[in-house]
Design a protein around this ligand. Structure first.
Ligand code: NAP
Ligand code: FER
Length: 336
């Protein structure tokens, strides 16, 4: 029986903000399985800000997505056919096969997902890459101490919402910024932030002063740009700036010029450090176990924004840059 795979491929390298015409839906026939292979049907795919960088020509630790290539990224799917003794129909796996409805796999580069532990979508969110980013970025790079003030930009997103909640568990005062009044309500009333504001409102400096009256000891930066400039002038002695993401800059062609603020690092004897979650790969089990325990104890909660249909993956991805998500942005391809 021939089966059709629906794939989203890169049609053009985005110039500035990604748009519909940068993507194309391709239909290909799924090849017959060879011995040692199995077929997964995708349940969820992840759309993440880092994918914007993978769509450009710039070299990274992995080569860029080629034009016409399937958009790579995290996905969760169920085995629907197998010619591999170790992988059975009905089992669920996390892998990097990207924006496509099916993938032929051989077992390399995938991890089993336990559907009894948590909804399988969480393998892409709170128990997956964004969860690990929040956990190790805050605790290892940021090293927050009880009583300190932690400020998080992009606070209502997948990473930011967890950073704030973990910082609360560690006994910090937590403040954050997000792009709508609804998100500010979510941060204050659901995610347990002590203070939050809408960064689109006027006078960032005054908002920061109000949210962080004791200054900022740990800045977890998901955003960059003018907000980060305003934070630099409000850091405390020995502050730690965790440079996690700079989404404000991802659609910019060249380097944007802001005020030159490194002087504040000298005066405050502060540290700014970038990190990549993959550095902590050896410790993911620890991070996952701890976050799963906090979930069981209801010490943290998570949100997901789910877009239905693989054909809407580009729209979901573009939505990241327009703030359409609260918590983790996901595409549901097929209900498990
Ligand atoms: P996310 O926060 O769930 O989604 C992106 C959010 O960014 C949007 O919801 C939007 O919310 C905000 N945003 C978009 N454009 C913005 C702008 N110009 N200024 C301010 N905010 C803007 O995404 P995520 O997966 O959790 O990632 C958050 C950040 O962490 C990203 O910068 C990402 O690149 C980074 N990251 C880094 C690593 C690492 O290893 N270093 C790993 C994962 C993620 P608003 O409504 O608030 O604007
Ligand atoms: C991210 C931003 C950047 C991210 C990874 C990178 C996993 C890495 C980029 C590179 O190595 O070029 O959000 O998430």
């Amino acid at each position: 029986m021939s089966r059709i795979n629906r794939q989203i491929v890169l049609a053009a390298r985005p110039q500035g903000a990604p748009k519909d015409s940068d993507f194309r839906l391709a239909e290909t026939e799924i090849p017959a399985l060879a011995d040692g292979q199995f077929l997964v049907e995708t349940n969820y795919i992840s759309v993440d800000p880092y994918m914007r960088g993978r769509m450009t020509e710039a070299k990274s630790y992995v080569p860029p997505i080629p034009l016409g290539g399937v958009i790579e990224g995290g996905a969760v799917g169920t085995v629907v056919e197998s010619k591999h003794a170790a992988y059975k129909e009905g089992e669920v796996f996390l892998g990097n096969w990207g924006w496509q409805g099916y993938a032929v796999l051989d077992g390399r580069g995938i991890e089993k997902v336990d559907p009894d532990l948590a909804p399988i979508s969480t393998a892409l969110g709170v128990l997956g890459m964004p969860g690990m980013t929040a956990y190790f970025g805050l605790l290892d790079v940021g090293q927050p101490k009880q009583g300190e003030t932690v400020f998080v930009s992009g606070a209502a997103g997948a990473v930011g919402s967890l950073v704030g909640q973990i910082a609360k568990i560690k006994g910090c005062r937590v403040a954050g910024s997000a792009g709508s009044d609804e998100k500010v309500d979510y941060l204050l009333n659901e995610a347990g932030f002590d203070a939050a504001f809408n960064y689109r409102d006027a006078d960032l400096g005054a908002k920061l002063d109000e949210a962080c009256p004791q200054g900022i000891d740990v800045y977890f930066d998901n955003v960059g740009g003018p907000l980060t400039d305003a934070v630099f002038t409000r850091i405390n002695i020995k502050a730690r700036i965790v440079v996690c993401g700079q989404i404000d800059q991802y659609n910019n062609a060249g380097a944007s010029k802001g005020p030159r603020l490194l002087w504040h690092l000298i005066v405050k004897r502060a540290r700014a450090e970038g990190f990549l979650v993959f550095e902590f790969a050896q410790r993911y089990a620890e991070g996952r176990q701890q976050i799963a325990q906090w979930l069981r104890e209801s010490k943290i909660s998570y949100r997901e924004t789910v877009v239905d249909g693989i054909e809407n993956a580009p729209r979901a991805f573009m939505g990241l840059f327009e703030g359409e998500n609260t918590g983790k942005m996901l595409v549901r391809v097929k209900e498990a």
